[in-house]
Design a protein around this ligand. Structure first.
Ligand SMILES: NC(=O)c1ccc[n+]([C@@H]2O[C@H](COP(=O)([O-])OP(=O)(O)OC[C@H]3O[C@@H](n4cnc5c(N)ncnc54)[C@H](OP(=O)(O)O)[C@@H]3O)[C@@H](O)[C@H]2O)c1
Length: 314
């Protein structure tokens, strides 16, 4: 089967916008469903891509959009919910996956790429990882033999406009010299977004990936503390990162959970109790050091001066 028309849920996000650009580059027609079309005008310039405002939680609307598609990609995911009881995670991950599978069956869509996360597991303590695990299992179990499912389980993903390195860079910019960090010893193997989307686009027509759960890790492991130190030094911020003891990290999570915008939550704390690294060989070859400085350096004026000096004084 050669896929040509693909419906993408979550295609406006960080990974989604990179994936849609890659799919278009490979000649596919891409239908991107979003809750707010006008927020994503940048995607309108992609040739062969349609950005359509839609309520993806409404089965009738999903049916309408899946009707003429060969494949569906579900990238929808949230790291935080509005409430505190896991219901928001359940709706965004499990309920939505159930509707996607039902509508794929009803519209005879035969291929589904499902975005999960490393450590997703129905027995996990964090709602994020638990509902991600339930959703992934649901997709594989209920796809039957009519829908070929591949799920992707990345560690943290970096790249232009990522939500991880950029977020820490903005916090560090305004932080005092001593930067207190929760879960500082948790390990990550950051994967480059272009490697992630290439793995997904390659999988589309590759029968070897049907029914597979694909872990995606970058070439190197870092503790969270090492990553935050790397971000600070790349941006030119002189910060001393201090790992908080576990009890204080948990207390910080309880407090920040109730701050506007939930900068950190108890659920984030639980998901950070497990290392996010792969045991098998990495599938994402690009290193953090090769890419991150290009966009982190834009984060601070000092840093751009530093870049200027390095360029003209060496
Ligand atoms: N980024 C990472 O480091 C990382 C690591 C592991 C796994 N993942 C997984 O990869 C996927 C993509 O991540 P990302 O970083 O690209 O996320 P993102 O930038 O936050 O984008 C998420 C997308 O999902 C849609 N969405 C979010 N909440 C929704 C809701 N309640 N109902 C309907 N649509 C909703 C949004 O679309 P609209 O606002 O346009 O409707 C948005 O385009 C997620 O499933 C995430 O769990 C990401």
């Amino acid at each position: 089967m050669k896929t040509s028309s693909i419906c993408v849920l979550g295609g406006t996000g960080f990974v989604g916008s990179h994936l849609c650009a890659e799919l278009v580059k490979r000649g596919h027609h891409v239908k991107i469903l979003t809750r707010r079309r006008e927020r994503h005008r940048d995607l309108l310039v992609l040739p062969k891509a349609q950005v359509i405002e839609s309520d993806i939680h409404d089965e009738a609307q999903l049916r309408e959009h899946f009707q003429d598609c060969d494949a569906v990609v579900n990238l929808v995911g949230i790291l935080n919910e509005k409430g505190h009881n896991g219901k928001g995670f359940y709706i965004a991950h499990v309920e939505l996956t159930r509707k996607v599978i039902t509508m794929c069956s009803s519209c005879k869509v035969t291929r589904l790429l499902h975005m999960s996360a490393l450590n997703a597991n129905p027995n996990a303590k964090s709602f994020y990882l638990r509902t991600k695990g339930e959703a992934e299992n649901y997709a594989h179990t209920f796809a039957g033999n009519k829908i070929a499912v591949t799920s992707f389980r990345p560690s943290v993903i970096f790249g232009l406009e990522d939500n991880f390195l950029n977020r820490f860079a903005s916090i560090l910019k305004f932080s005092p010299v001593f930067f207190p960090l929760a879960c500082a010893n948790t390990k990550f193997a950051p994967a480059y977004v272009e490697d992630v989307v290439n793995a997904m686009a390659d999988a589309l027509d590759d029968p070897n990936t049907f029914g597979q759960r694909v872990n995606l890790c970058g070439p190197k492991q870092y503790t969270l503390k090492q990553l935050v130190q790397y971000i600070a030094s790349t941006c030119g911020y002189k910060r001393t990162v201090i790992g908080l003891p576990n009890w204080l990290a948990k207390l910080q999570a309880y407090i920040l959970e109730y701050m506007p915008g939930k900068p950190f939550s108890i659920d984030n704390y639980y998901s950070l109790q497990i290392d996010s690294v792969c045991t098998e060989t990495n599938k994402c070859p690009t290193s953090l050091e090769a890419i991150a400085p290009s966009y982190l350096l834009r984060q601070s004026r000092y840093a751009s001066h530093k870049l200027f000096r390095n360029k003209y004084h060496h």
